[in-house]
Write a protein that binds this ligand. Sequence first.
Ligand code: C2E
Ligand code: MG
Ligand code: MG
Length: 707
Amino acid sequence: MDSQLQYTVLIVDDDPVTRLLMRQSLKAPNIVIVEAENGEQALTLFAVHLPDITLLDVSMPGMDGFTCCRRLRLLPKGKESAIVMVTVHDKLDDIHRAFEAGATDFITKPFKWPLFAHRIHYILKANNTLREFSQSQSRLAKAQSIAHLVYWEWDFKQPRIDCSSDMYALLGISENEPFLTFKKVLKHLHPDDKALFKQALRKAFYQKQPYDIEYRIHSANDKVIYLHERTEITKDYDGWKIIGTLQDITSLKQSEQEVAYYTYYDTLTDLPNRRLFIEQLETTLERAKHKHHSLTLIFIDLDHFKSINDTHGHQVGDELLRQAADRIKDCLRDADLIAISKGQDDQIARFAGDEFTVMLTDIDNVEVLAKIAQRIVAKFEKPFEIKQHNLLSTVSIGIAIFPEDGDSVESLMQHANVAMNHAKELGRNNYQFFSTEMNDYLFERLQTEQDLRNALSKNEFLLFYQPQVDVKTQKIIGFEALLRWLHPVRGLLGPLSFIDIAEKSGLILPIGQWVLQQACMQTRQWQQRFATDWRISINLSAIQFNQKLLIEQIRKSLDESGLAAHLLELEITETAMLKDVMETIPLLNALKALGINLAIDDFGTGYSSLSYLKNFPVDTLKIDKSFVDEIVESPKDAAISRTIVQLAENLGLRTIAEGVENSKQAKMLAEMGCKELQGYYFCRPLPAGEVERLLQKGNILPPREAN
Ligand code: C2E
Ligand code: MG
Ligand code: MG
């Protein structure tokens, strides 16, 4: 017997001899014995002495042992004491009733005295352990509930997880479910956290790696609950086992989020504040450096905000800032911008007072940036309606771009700010880039667009013609018409310096129509004058190509000039053709129906695919100059050119190579089977007058090396 522990034994028996024998048998220094001769006395003594064990006779006069046992159990501490019922041997029914009444164990009369003491000591010890265990269990349960902690166990072999009912409640799973499985848990998980959870579980299962993760679940009333789960993996005789605790950390998270919100957001506009913006700018800049992307920083300052605030009060000022934030957000939300900006992390912030900032990632095109800035400026030209006031607050915008205008957060900010102040100096309500070249470039573009508007009426356009030559006979078989602009100040301009602007401004449509008419007229004139059936190739922009009027324009040009349809060839790039295939095929068919020829310009640089070559009614493939350039030196380019020629031959199409500059290139192309050539080697594009002079000498071009 454990000598340190003191035990109290209550003996309840109406027979004094039995009581005496029991007392003798149990006598020991650490045992206190109390005796009762009936049930009533037992109840009183129990309440006073709180015995560790009660030996209770079943049959006593008055209250019987079963009733007494039941009542003892209801007393304070009544559940923790061991109650051993003393029954008469062979009365099985009594044993059954004893357990029903709440007895811990039973012993039968007549006693085997030498065993009696051992038996009682054993029961005492077991009961003590049980009591300690239940005490620590209830303490643990209490601690767990205070910490919102739930405990579970899974032995890797069975589908079921062992856990207390708290876990069901925490996960929002009905307690009617017979048992808990990971599958059921997964169903309640937040979709974004499922992968994390599965991965952790997989590692635990296969690699015996414990995990410590946070995840979210949807509770029964559809609230999001944050849980922290820690696990341990153990191995015992039964095999591997994972033990886990789950803690509800929702309120912790919420306060964390609240703190983060106040630290990083502007509560007036709900936009990120200066601090968050700078942090994000730092990481975005690092990424841009790493990936060699561009990054644009835009500073937007409300003009005259201070005076509005002073005149109309803070409430009006606050509302103005809120609406200003919305306007800026609107400008950046436009679908075309989202399509252009590949980066997902375009950010707007309220930087300070009436200053907003925007960062845009990976927009390399200055014109797109200018368009965005322009859009914001325009949006602020409309007055704000606040509390019956019509308030005008325009913006001044400064733009700095990484890497051109700086490679650190500080320098970009400083430069965007300088640009913004520049915009203010220029009278507000406008935008400025930091770099002067950028501003100059945009200014020039704007100027070009303006000049271009008047160029047609001022007759500033002219066409150059470049001969196309038959490989075998060296005879001119036709010309490509190439547009030029004789600018009053800048002189003769090639199409590359203005076609883009003409396309963006829509001016290409009237210009294209002029080219068509002019080229058809000119060619017909030469045909008549020199009695030769030259062909004319005309370049078509993608924008003209999508236009319904095109067929009409071509028919008109043919009619008015008298040019035979089969001598007109339209050059269209692959990109233009594939822009909208559903519309392209009917349009190409309609063009073919006019009897004209169709060529794919710059072939090989676009999407070149066999399927559209088969489906599109084209006549000619024009091998792009970039392949011809390297055809002699690069076996790869030679192979591509050869393939194009063979492909065309198989499909029954013609090929013409452009940009031929020397005899070697011409010879190789001829050997490959390309039948027509065009390039400086034969002749540069010439104004009409010079072409005539050339033709007067005959139809054969003496080739010469380009220099
Ligand atoms: P493209 O249709 O591929 O025209 C061929 C370009 O290569 C022409 O440039 C021509 O001058 C140049 N070229 C020809 N042979 C050689 C050579 O041996 N060496 C070199 N280095 N260059 C050669 P250009 O005239 O500057 O025209 C550029 C582009 O502008 C044209 O490319 C065409 O896409 C477009 N374009 C020209 N005229 C018009 C037009 O009337 N309407 C439209 N929409 N686009 C036009
Ligand atoms: Mg062309
Ligand atoms: Mg070309």
